[in-house]
Write a protein that binds this ligand. Sequence first.
Ligand SMILES: Nc1ncnc2c1ncn2[C@@H]1O[C@H](COP(=O)(O)OP(=O)(O)O)[C@@H](O)[C@H]1O
Ligand SMILES: [Mg+2]
Length: 278
Amino acid sequence: MTERTVLEARGLVVRYPGHPPVQAVTDVSLEIRAGETVALVGESGSGKSSVARAVAGIEKAAEGEVLFDGEPVRPLGVRRRPLALTGIQMVFQDPATSLNPRRRIGDQIADGARTARARGAEGSRPEEWLERVGLDPAWTGRFPHQFSGGQKQRIAIARALAARPRLLVADEPISALDASTQTSVAGLMRDLIAEVGAGMLFISHDLAVVRRIADRTLVMYGGRVMEQGPTDRVWEAPRHPYTQALLAAIPEPDGRGRIPAAPSAADRAAWSEVPPAG
Ligand SMILES: Nc1ncnc2c1ncn2[C@@H]1O[C@H](COP(=O)(O)OP(=O)(O)O)[C@@H](O)[C@H]1O
Ligand SMILES: [Mg+2]
């Protein structure tokens, strides 16, 4: 049986006001099914965060539509988010963005569980979530500053998942972590979303991690999706010249490496001229 589609975006366009306005995202379509991890890769400024925010209902799409569980996502202020939209949770690069420094972590995870119960979903105890993200369940009374960056990100993940999301949008969740913990945190996220049956949009510069955890990968360049497909196919037989350049620039055959910083103007022009592939 095919897993249910959790998120569907069609022809997404995101523009920011200004002189001139910036079109950050052009005609992006994507689909995420329950239990599936979909990665978004591309250099800085390619529009990944704009897609993430539009998908999560934080940014308004100028054109196109976003359907979450079949219903249109309409952005409202965070405080006025309709209950149904709490089924989309976000994890950011800096866990300080999602954690309140003045509240005990157990209370913050309990907030997530309350949100879950308000939607009629199961709300597990904070201790259980701490354990699931690899932390000591006895730490519920501690405050965020008592933890390392990696531990704080695990707490932010626990808080987000305690809300029993159907979709987790993770915008560079491992970029600020020590190299030694990046892979384990990413693997944990992937395992937990599969366990709770949520879909995940995972944004990362780390192509080795993406190759390891993503079922499908979308490659963005200049606000457009240049190529998308099953992760193994994209790595083994990249079709678009941008994807080819991206992967060719990676030193290790197992896909370890990061997005190269400064391609030439000629390369940029060539990539933009080739229509999206795959
Ligand atoms: N709030 C904003 N106002 C104006 N321009 C923005 C805003 N956010 C992003 N941009 C611009 O939109 C483009 C895409 O940005 P972003 O979505 O953050 O890309 P990425 O996450 O891939 O680095 C960039 O040119 C960026 O400067
Ligand atoms: Mg970004």
